[in-house]
Design a protein around this ligand. Structure first.
Ligand SMILES: C[S@@+](CC[C@H](N)C(=O)[O-])C[C@H]1O[C@@H](n2cnc3c(N)ncnc32)[C@H](O)[C@@H]1O
Length: 256
């Protein structure tokens, strides 16, 4: 399934799925309609590293239904703008954010960002930069950072589930050699990384167990595709990590 087709089905389904709400609460620590690997504790690290605070502004790329964005805004006191390509997700986000001065949501392609230069103290991307021409997107978003601003990206680098393990190039696993690291190097950005590789493996194992325990509930709701997607994602990371073909990092990047 193309990822656009997947998300146009995913976001309407999770809006009312009790099984998925329970899955997210158990796995991530809070139901935020997540479709990635970032737990609440990891978002805390992201906020600590971006040093966002009241009076500052941030942009969250690929925000889905905006619950992660809302969490980040509430925990930091900063204003957040969330963008996503999926109209139903943004419709849900806007409905919840009505009347809130700290949140703003827009349907927008992260490869064609439309904001004035130096708009944001931080740009965050939680498991979203895989779906876009990476170089073009970074070239568009980096000028949006204010002086001293930071880009924070959760990035997994590994062998995709459909790809043979033998053909995966393990030299791309260290932070400087991932697709993201290579692009940040090309653009002359300074960055440092926190390593979440093993914690991602442990997350995937919990993902598998929690999804399995909720299979009957997903099925009863007619949402078996959510269960199947969670299982496929978890198995993909487990298989790759056990073959030394998976890494995950939080990148913090800034202009020198
Ligand atoms: C893996 S999900 C991550 C969502 C959320 N950040 C999370 O961690 O749960 C990727 C998100 O990126 C969005 N997306 C994909 N391509 C995009 C693009 N070109 N511009 C904006 N959003 C995009 C998808 O609609 C989806 O909501």
């Amino acid at each position: 399934m193309l990822h656009e087709d997947f998300y146009s089905r995913y976001y309407p389904a999770v809006a009312s799925s009790q099984a998925n709400a329970s899955y997210c609460e158990q796995l991530y620590g809070k139901n935020m309609n997540q479709h990635g690997f970032a737990e609440v504790a990891h978002l805390k690290h992201l906020l600590r590293e971006t040093r966002l605070g009241p009076g500052q502004r941030a942009l969250d790329l690929g925000c889905g239904t905006g619950l992660i964005t809302e969490h980040l805004a509430e925990r930091s006191g900063a204003h957040f703008t969330g963008i996503d390509l999926e109209p139903d997700a943004i419709r849900q986000a806007k409905k919840r954010a009505r009347g809130r001065p700290d949140l703003d949501f827009q349907v927008m392609d992260m490869a064609e960002l439309d904001f004035p230069p130096a708009s944001f103290n931080a740009v965050t991307a939680v498991d979203t930069l895989y779906f876009t021409p990476l170089g073009q997107t970074l070239e568009g978003l980096l000028p949006l950072l204010k002086p001293g601003g930071r880009l924070a990206v959760f990035w997994s680098q590994g062998c995709d589930p459909g790809e043979p393990l033998e053909s995966f190039d393990r030299r791309t696993l260290p932070p400087n050699f991932t697709e993201l690291g290579v692009e940040l190097n090309r653009l002359g950005m300074a960055y440092r990384t926190l390593d979440y590789s093993r914690s991602d493996y442990e997350h995937a194992q919990r993902k598998l167990a929690i999804a399995e325990s909720l299979k009957a509930e997903f099925e009863a709701e007619g949402n078996l595709f959510l269960y199947e997607d969670h299982i496929q994602e978890a198995n993909g990371v487990i298989r790759a990590f056990e073959a030394n073909a998976h890494a995950r990092y939080l990148y913090l990047a800034w202009w020198l």
